[in-house]
Design a protein around this ligand. Structure first.
Ligand code: SF4
Ligand code: SF4
Length: 373
């Protein structure tokens, strides 16, 4: 099982799509949900309980998460000294990566670091000077011996040209990432759809950009005999190549859970405080016997469910966008799947020729990349 460990609810950034939207959504509450808004700001349970909880699952993976988890470096070190999961991972905005000693950083199997693309775009979304600090930190940890997987994790919305930004991340001379994941800012807030141009952007920029990106991805396979880990493309291609039916691909609610700052287990980090979805406390719960929660309508009636997997349990439950608005998100899912399907004959030919292997499309699932953006 995979567990996101929410170390703090605090963050040291004020990104447009998160902090900015929180302000715009200020008077919207979850009237239909019983929400605990008073969670402790920092993890306040005994970390030996977490170590014991983890010990009961021999394949346990712990991913530090927040807020910004590196605001809690002492807690990270204490947990890493106590717990013995199969792997540790972290999702971070990268600003404080230089504050954690290499002996800890180098134990991470995977680091997901938030970058939205090039300097201009990252700083537009995340604040001036953020790109430079994060890239300097990424270079530093590699210099200091980090050899795990480093994934650039983008949040994308209307200012993002997806083809331009992903190709920049993998091809730039500053720090070229071989792993990139992106997530749409869509369906998380109540008020934003009406004031945004999401539909127009998704139809005229995003989906055509994903199609170009899929062509670039396979061109690159042909030229370099290597498969870049562009997770949304990789995950869908892997499913199509292996004919597997997808379950919710982030794993939220069935294999990938989160542990709140008070020690309660919830289906996914975004569902913090939603009391109706508390699944037990780490002091008592068995990590291998947690209740499983799956997406409901409209996903259960959708003919794309077997490849999409349902996209997002949180969005499916809270339905912050109307069904008409959310249908535009589903169109992006179909656009992504169509883009990969269009390239599948070339991919299969490369595998047949031995230029790449089907194994190159495998990856550690539930590593924080939701696959369906
Ligand atoms: S395409 Fe939309 S409705 Fe269909 S399974 Fe995915 S998220 Fe659900
Ligand atoms: S995709 Fe949705 S359900 Fe999955 S982890 Fe993200 S917010 Fe949670």
């Amino acid at each position: 099982m995979f567990f996101h460990v929410l170390l703090t609810t605090e963050c040291n950034l004020e990104c447009r799509y998160c902090f900015g939207e929180t302000l715009e959504d200020f008077d919207e509450d979850f009237a239909d949900f019983d929400v605990d808004y008073a969670l402790p700001r920092k993890a306040n349970y005994d970390f030996s309980l977490l170590a014991e909880f983890c010990r009961r699952d021999p394949a346990c993976v712990l991913t530090f998460y927040g807020g910004e988890p590196l605001l809690c470096t002492e807690a990270i070190k204490q947990i890493m000294d106590l717990a013995k999961p199969r792997h540790f991972m972290i999702q971070t905005n990268g600003l404080l990566l230089d504050r954690l000693e290499p002996e800890y950083v180098n134990r991470f199997h995977t680091i997901l670091v938030s970058l939205d693309g090039d300097e201009a775009l990252t700083d537009f979304y995340r604040g001036k000077g953020i790109f430079r600090k994060v890239v300097d930190n990424v270079k530093l940890i590699v210099q200091n011996g980090f050899r795990g997987e480093l994934i650039a994790r983008m949040t994308v919305m209307e200012q993002t040209d997806i083809h331009k930004q992903v190709t920049w991340l993998v091809g730039n001379s500053e720090f070229a990432f071989s792993s990139v994941h992106w997530q749409l800012n869509a369906g998380f807030w109540a008020n934003d759809y009406a004031r945004r141009g999401f539909r127009c952007w998704s139809e005229t920029s995003y989906v055509p950009g994903v199609e170009r990106l899929a062509r670039f991805w396979v061109d690159r396979m042909e030229a370099k005999r290597a498969v870049l880990r562009l997770y949304p493309l990789l995950g869908v291609a892997n499913s199509l190549l292996s004919n597997e039916d997808a379950k919710l691909r982030c794993g939220g609610g069935w294999i990938n859970y989160a542990i709140q700052t008070d020690g309660y287990v919830i289906p996914c980090p975004t569902m913090w405080g939603m009391k109706n979805y508390y699944l037990g406390h780490i002091a008592q719960a068995n990590p291998l016997k947690l209740k499983k929660i799956f997406v409901g309508a409209p996903c259960t009636e959708c003919d794309s469910l077997n490849v999409c997997g349902g996209r997002c349990l949180y969005a499916n439950i809270v339905k912050r966008w109307s069904s008409e608005a959310y249908a535009t998100v589903c169109s992006t899912v179909r656009g992504l799947v169509n883009a990969v399907e269009a390239e599948l004959p070339r991919i299969k030919q490369l595998i047949t020729n031995g230029e790449v292997s089907q194994k190159d499309f495998e990856f550690m699932e539930y590593n924080g990349c939701e696959i369906i953006p």
